[in-house]
Unconditional design. Structure first.
Length: 319
């Protein structure tokens, strides 16, 4: 197994000013508390070998916590974690070299999961391989996950529902400077950028872009973000699109009964005029590939620009 535990004092020159400084002089900004330990997992084998090494590195850590964090530093390259969910640990943070060069992929129904504690993923690209999958999921009360400078790419051609980022059971997720994207065709299937559901479950979308675009299948659904019962999504200075160019179902923001979405300084785009089920703020016919005008935001359930259903609420405010 090619996993090396680096002592910050000996092999990593310094950890200062929020940066990791490596022996070759290169630096990377940290997205989490200054780590006491850095675990380096190189990408020198096959994609599957690299993924196994990443899994082994996480399994070997037994004393991580918020106050004693670990950073797993990944190389440029692909880490295929296989057909079993890779479950993250409290206080263990995954950091790639860059979202254009470090890729984590897998074929499990849920590829990456956090079920307790606090963990972050930064500077990586996350991808599904095939089939109905959730790429990243956080579940459980007092579970907090942060994705920073991450691209979540949903591949086309697969069938069933694919979700980029999901949360449930009271978990909190923060997406900061992230891109969640799908631009392809998934015949008869549903593609969700973000799906949040459950009491006290929340997601903050900060300075990010979610583009879910179905290009060919009139029987497919393309949804940017969905807030389910009991959940809340807050969107700040971000762009959200859910469009179906083949005249299927496209929704930028989908609010189910009991859900809530608050947009502040957001650009919301969809090309659809039809609403096929009980979602709120869906269809977005008034926008038609446009943006909510800052001087004329929707004001409430009576506004013709969106439809709200029982127990749903939505607000829009310009910065």
């Amino acid at each position: 197994m090619r996993v090396f535990l680096l002592s910050v004092a000996l092999l990593v020159a310094t950890v200062a000013s929020g940066q990791l400084v490596f022996p070759d002089g290169s630096t990377q900004t940290t997205a989490f508390p200054t780590p006491n330990n850095v675990v380096y997992v190189p990408a020198t084998g096959t994609d599957g070998d690299n993924g196994s090494d990443l899994r082994d590195a996480i399994a070997a850590i037994s004393d991580a916590s918020f106050g004693n964090p670990y950073v797993i530093q990944l190389d440029p390259g692909t880490y295929d974690v296989g057909a079993t969910t890779l479950t993250l640990k409290d206080g263990v943070h995954i950091k790639g070299a860059h979202f254009d060069s470090t890729e984590i992929e897998g074929s499990a129904a849920t590829i990456l999961s956090l079920t307790a504690g606090y963990a972050t993923i930064s500077d990586c690209r996350l991808e599904n391989k095939t089939g109905a999958q959730t790429i990243f999921q956080a579940t459980g009360t007092e579970t907090e996950a942060e994705l920073l400078d991450v691209i979540v790419e949903i591949k086309d051609g697969s069938t069933g529902t694919v979700t980029g980022v999901a949360a449930s059971g009271g978990a909190d997720v923060v997406l900061s400077r992230c891109i969640i994207e799908f631009d392809g065709t998934r015949s008869g299937s549903t593609t969700l950028g973000v799906s949040i559901t459950g009491t006290n479950t929340s997601c903050d979308v900060l300075h990010s872009e979610i583009d879910i675009i179905e290009i060919a299948s009139a029987t497919a659904s393309a949804i940017g973000v969905r807030s389910g019962s009991g959940s809340e999504i807050e969107i700040f200075s971000s762009r959200i699109e859910g469009s179906n160019e083949a005249d299927g179902t496209g929704r930028a923001i989908d609010v189910l009964s009991g859900g809530e979405v608050i947009c502040t300084g957001a650009e919301v785009v969809s090309n659809q005029t039809a609403l096929s089920n009980a979602g709120g703020f869906a269809g977005m016919a008034v926008l038609f590939f446009g943006t909510i005008p800052a001087e004329n935001p929707p004001t409430g359930p009576g506004d013709s620009t969106f439809t709200l259903y029982s127990q749903c609420s939505l607000e829009y405010a310009d910065l």
